[in-house]
Structure formats: structure tokens, C-alpha cells
Design a protein around this ligand. Structure first.
Ligand code: AHR
Length: 659
């Protein structure tokens, strides 16, 4: 049985809750009993390497296919030379081949061999196109590195240039190869000009032969200046959401396209040249350069609790395109492999939290972070089909984590939809095992979000808590964003059992989207937060930890009006009272706000409003078409607020210190 309304008793409870809600909307009377504590971790983010969110996105690496590991299994027609060109501009000639004989590391099998028979006037070599070109800025410094094994006797001079497509050089560096094994060569290049689509060219200018691998170029200015770090502008856009947690690295990416494609966290740590790259379920490639260390570090840098998700020992039910025939692609790891798999799960906890002297804590320390990352939440599974195979493997992992690490809050999974078979079976099983939190997902119409504001009012408080791990209405118009805002007031009201919530997906590169809508769109140089982003930001930056009922009355509207919603929370740390009001009518709505339960209201308050044409969106041409504006506001114990048509208003009120 699912956790929503089922039995007569539950229907009754639901009706009572609805009556209470209507009352909450229409009554101005207040009392301290109307206050309840809500989750401090309520609003966070979900990051998935989808639509080039990681490689070609947040991960600041500018070279595409840096390790020559692309292959047709990633994407039809791809190969180790995808994104690369062979360049012989100055009439030189030679040979270029892809080889695997003596790789830099077994996890990184392919490399290039360049044989220079005649260097001509300019040398011969390779050039990379990056992701839609290299976006370089005048005076910006770029960190270059490459691994080379000199295969001929004589040393070979190498020239690296950042240049325009037509060959205008913006900056360069040079070095000479040394004999012996694979060696790493590093240097910096300063660009003399700004160009959105430059390219990186590496040329050998004397006869000889060499092997080349892991060609890398990063802007020196990454988010918080981390090496192997994140793109500064995208990192900042995420940080500005002030997310309380970050779920990563997916989604479907985690349980993978078949057993061989399950995301294995251990493959994503250590020196980047030793990470095991693999196909991305979203039809491209994962370099894993943005791996578990970088995720944990980024979470720390933005003040978000990490919420890693590991597969429950089964692959995605849609593996091999089986969504077309009803999602029969789920496979379970053989049970004799589950011992090792589950022990990898325990190792992740040690990697995040263990002492620097422990086996896995030492690897974290070696990466530059001896202090723990304070892992509290761990997701097991992602909207998996609720089969016996799933249950057996989930239970195996869950029991082990519970036994060895009772301090960790496991987040289970209840299918891909807000109801239906997997949802019901998932809840039933989660309740049976007493899983602390379960992850619900839903992508629905704006009307669905408006009409389901009461969804959690009737949830059983004795059952597992809820993580709304993925939700979005179908679009990026203001009306979509406001429907989400209305729904989020319901999440706040139920913040005693809704532990966390995150919009999905987060990032998408324009021209490479596998999923729409998203919260933030970007290209090489621009970042476009959607209207939905501003709703998320207004809720997250105005999140309280105590919820107050019965504070807002909409005059002249009946309580069943699903075009209006409101909430009132208090943030214990700042002492601020925050009232949120959403009006999705075409006319102004007068809201009577009664704050008489609070002492010493400071009349000097602020009000931030997001409003406009319900069909308006933000775009690369008009990134701030719909944008919140903040103004001073005069508050009092009781006042009337006129909410503009199609608006979200956030009134933030201080309480004066007693003297
Ligand atoms: O958010 C996009 C996808 O939606 C996620 O990968 C998956 O969990 C869900 O189906």
C-alpha cells in the first residue's frame, strides 16, 4: 500500500487536512501551537551529468576527448579522434595513429602516436575544437598539460598555441620532449584576445616520433581557484542558490545503461589520467574528471551537504533502450559480486568521513583534503523498478550500511512517478525496512503542481521521511515557475516530513540538451538562469526552520482557490520572519497578513517580487527578462499586501532586539 490516501481512515484524515489548509488560508487567528519545526535541509540541488552538465559544463576542462577514449559505444560515429584534427598547415607530413600498446595507465588505454617525417615550415600535429570552440578571454591565463612519451632518439621541440580558427595566435608555450617513459609537461598560456571559439594546437617542429595522451587546458580562474576545478561562472550560479545539500552524480547516470555502465565511485578518484572513463547513459562520454573528490570539494565550497547516490546493485530498467518495450532492461549484479559491491559502499563512507590514517581516508587526504567531508546522507538506488532483484540487493546494502554506519541517513527510492506501481511497492518496502528517507520523483504540468499543494498534508508522520529528489513542471515560463513556487509552500508546510527537495535537472548546455526543461542553461561564455531558477533561489535563500500556519488570509477568495498560495516561516539564526505569497490570477490579490504572534516587529522590511507575463521566459538574448526586484517594505503586526497578478512575493521582516 502506498503512503498517500488509501483507506477510509486516510481519506478522512486527508479531508480533515484539507479543511485545516483552507482554514489556514482564511483564518487570521494565531497561536504558538501553529508553529512547527521544519527541516533545515529542505531546499537543495540535484546535479546530474546530463546535457553536458559535467564535461563541457561545470567541469572547467576545455579540451574535449582529452584522453582519446571516445568510441562509438558512447555515441554513433565517435572515435578516439573525435573533436581532434590532424594539422599539417606548413606543408610538413608524417603519420598519426591511435595505439594501445604501452598506455599511460591500464584504465586509460588509448593514446596518439605522431610521427614527424618532415616538419615543413610550421611543424605538424593536432588541434582540438573543445566544446563548440574554446572560449578564451583577453589576458586570462590558462593551465596547459600533456603526457608525452618520446619514441625517437632525438628530443622533439613542441609548440602549443591558442589561436583563432583562421590561425591568429593568441598565446603560446613551448617545450622539448625528454627521452624515457611517459612524462607530464605543463605550462601556462595567456590569451592576448577574447574569442568564443578558439582552438588549441599542439605541433612538433622537428623530425621524430612521440606518443601523446591526456591533453588538458583549464582556465586558471576556476571556482574558488581549485585545481581540476569547476567553471567559475557556473559554480557561482549554483552557489548563489545557497543549496542546503547537493545530490550527485545522477539520476539514471548512476544505475547506468546495463551492469557494465553502473557508476563506480572508485573509478572517479585519484589522478585524472588513471580514472576509468566510460559511456554516459545520455548518449555521450564521461571523462570522470569531475569525480567524487571534486563533488565533495564543491559541496564544501558552496556550503551544501553532500548527497551521493549509488546504484542499488541493479542497472537502469530502461537499459539498452528497453523503455520502448516497457522498461525490462534492469539487471542485477550476481549475488556473489554483491559482497564486494556493498563493501565499496562502505569504503565511500570511509573515504568521506574516515580518519586520514584509514585506508580510504588516506586517499582523500592524498587528494588534498585530510579533514572529513562530513557525509550525512547516502542515496541507494535511483527510481529503480521494484523487482525482487532490486529488493534483494537494496536490502543487502541497506542492512550493511545500517549495521556499520548507523550515523548515516540512507535515502531509498520509490520509482519515477508520483504514483503507480513502483511508487506503491517502493513505499511499502521502505516502510517495511524503516528506511529513514525515500526519494520521490515527478515531472508534471503546472496545473498538477497547483492542484497537488496538499499532497504531503495527509502523509503518515510515522513513516519514512520524503526527499523530493526530482521535480519540475513542464516548462520554463513564469507560469511554470510560479506553479512550482505554489507547490514549494506545500513542501514548507510539510517540512516536518519533507526532509529535502531539489528541482531537476540543474544544468544544460545550449545545443546539447538531452532533457528539457532545466534550471540553468549555458554555453561556453554565457549562463542563463531560468525563471524557475529565481523561484528556487528565493525559496532557498529565504528558507526558515520553523513553519507558522494561519498567517495569511486572501480576502475575497474562497479557500479552494488553487491560484493562490502562501507560507510563513521563521529563520532561527537571523530571527527573520519570511512570508511568501504567490498569485497566479490575472488580477491583484489582497492578502491580509497577521504577525501578532511575533514580538517587536521591525517596520523596516524588504519585499522581493518576481512577476510578469505568465508566458515569459529568460533566454540567451534576454537573460533577465524575468528577474526578481527588491524594495524596502513597511511591515507591521498586521497589514494588507496587494500581490500583483502572476507574482511571487517574498517579504522578509526583522524582529527588533529588545532593549
Ligand atoms: O532528471 C533527469 C532524469 O529523470 C534522471 O536521470 C532520472 O532519475 C529521471 O528519470
Amino acid at each position: 500500500m502506498k503512503n498517500t490516501v488509501r483507506s477510509f481512515k486516510q481519506i478522512l484524515a486527508c479531508m480533515l487536512a484539507m479543511v485545516f489548509y483552507c482554514h489556514a488560508q482564511s483564518q487570521a487567528s494565531v497561536s504558538a501551537k501553529d508553529a512547527k519545526k521544519i527541516s533545515k535541509d529542505l531546499f537543495g540541488i540535484f546535479f546530474e551529468d546530463l546535457s553536458y552538465a559535467a564535461d563541457g559544463g561545470l567541469y572547467a576542462e576545455l579540451v574535449q576527448n582529452r584522453s582519446f577514449e571516445f568510441n562509438p559505444g558512447d555515441h554513433a560515429g565517435w572515435n578516439p579522434l573525435t573533436a581532434w584534427d590532424y594539422t599539417t598547415d606548413g606543408f610538413g607530413y608524417g603519420k598519426l595513429s591511435v595505439e594501445t600498446g604501452l598506455p599511460l595507465h591500464a584504465n586509460n588505454p588509448h593514446y596518439l602516436v605522431l610521427e614527424i617525417e618532415e616538419p615543413g615550415q610550421q611543424g605538424i600535429g593536432i588541434s582540438n575544437n573543445g566544446y563548440d570552440g574554446f572560449p578564451v578571454k583577453a589576458n586570462a591565463v590558462y593551465n596547459f598539460s600533456v603526457f608525452i612519451r618520446q619514441l625517437s632518439k632525438e628530443t622533439i621541440p613542441v609548440k602549443v598555441t591558442l589561436q583563432s580558427k583562421k590561425g591568429i595566435v593568441y598565446g603560446e608555450l613551448g617545450f622539448s620532449t625528454k627521452p624515457g617513459e611517459w612524462q607530464k609537461y605543463t605550462g601556462t598560456i595567456t590569451s592576448a584576445q577574447t574569442d568564443d571559439s578558439a582552438c588549441l594546437v599542439i605541433k612538433a617542429t622537428a623530425k621524430g616520433k612521440m606518443a601523446i595522451d591526456v591533453v588538458s587546458l583549464f582556465p586558471q580562474n576556476t571556482f574558488k581557484n581549485r585545481p581540476n576545478g569547476m567553471r567559475a561562472d557556473l559554480g557561482q550560479a549554483i552557489a548563489s542558490l545557497q543549496p542546503k545539500f547537493m545530490r550527485f552524480p545522477g539520476g539514471c547516470l548512476v544505475h547506468g545503461d546495463g551492469l557494465g555502465n553502473i557508476y563506480r565511485w572508485k573509478n572517479s578518484i585519484g589522478p585524472v589520467e588513471q580514472r576509468l572513463e566510460q559511456k554516459n547513459i545520455w548518449n555521450y562520454h564521461q571523462s570522470l574528471g569531475l569525480g567524487y573528490f571534486e563533488y565533495f570539494q564543491f559541496c564544501e565550497d558552496i556550503g551544501a551537504k553532500p548527497l551521493p547516490v549509488l546504484a542499488a546493485g541493479v542497472s537502469c530498467q530502461n537499459s539498452g533502450g528497453t523503455w520502448r518495450i516497457g522498461g525490462t532492461g534492469q539487471r542485477g549484479l550476481p549475488m556473489d559480486e554483491m559482497k564486494q559491491y556493498a563493501s565499496d559502499v562502505l569504503d565511500l563512507i570511509e573515504y568521506a568521513n574516515g580518519p586520514a590514517a584509514s585506508e580510504w581516508g588516506a586517499k582523500r587526504a592524498a587528494a588534498g583534503h585530510p579533514a572529513p567531508f562530513h557525509l550525512q546522507y547516502l542515496g541507494i538506488g535511483n527510481e529503480d523498478k521494484q523487482t525482487d532483484d532490486f529488493r534483494e540487493r537494496f536490502t543487502y546494502i541497506y542492512n550493511l550500511v545500517k549495521q556499520k554506519h548507523p550515523e548515516i541517513t540512507v535515502v531509498g527510492t520509490v520509482g519515477p512517478a508520483p504514483d503507480g506501481e513502483d511508487f506503491n511497492l517502493g513505499w511499502q518496502y521502505a516502510n517495511q525496512l524503516a528506511v529513514p528517507v525515500v526519494d520521490e520523483h515527478y515531472y508534471e504540468s503546472p496545473e498538477w503542481f497547483m492542484h497537488n499543494n496538499l499532497r504531503y498534508d495527509a502523509y503518515n508522520r510515522a513513516h519514512s521521511k520524503v526527499y523530493v529528489g526530482e521535480y519540475a513542471s513542464w516548462g520554463n515560463k513564469l507560469k511554470n515557475a510560479l506553479s512550482e513556487a505554489m507547490y514549494m509552500t506545500g513542501l514548507e508546510r510539510n517540512g516536518d516530513i519533507v526532509q529535502m527537495a531539489s528541482y531537476a535537472p540543474l544544468l544544460a548546455r545550449i545545443g546539447h540538451t538531452s532533457w528539457n526543461p532545466n534550471l540553468v542553461y549555458f554555453n561556453g561564455t554565457a549562463v542563463v538562469p531560468t525563471v524557475n531558477y529565481y523561484v528556487q533561489q528565493l525559496f532557498s535563500t529565504n528558507q526558515g526552520d520553523v513553519y507558522y500556519s494561519n498567517k495569511v488570509l486572501f480576502a475575497g477568495h474562497n479557500a479552494a482557490d488553487t491560484a493562490l498560495a502562501a507560507s510563513c516561516v521563521r529563520d532561527s539564526e537571523s530571527g527573520d520572519i519570511i512570508v511568501k505569497i504567490i498569485n497566479t490570477n490575472n488580477t491583484t490579490a489582497a492578502a491580509k497578513i497577521d504577525l501578532s504572534v511575533f514580538k517587536n516587529i521591525d517596520p523596516v522590511a524588504s519585499c522581493t517580487v518576481l512577476s510578469g507575463d505568465p508566458n515569459a521566459t529568460n533566454s540567451i538574448e534576454q537573460p533577465k527578462n524575468i528577474f526578481p526586484s527588491t524594495a524596502a517594505f513597511k511591515a507591521g503586526k498586521s497589514f494588507v499586501y496587494n500581490a500583483a497578478p502572476w507574482s511571487l512575493s517574498v517579504i522578509r521582516i526583522k524582529q527588533k532586539a529588545k532593549n
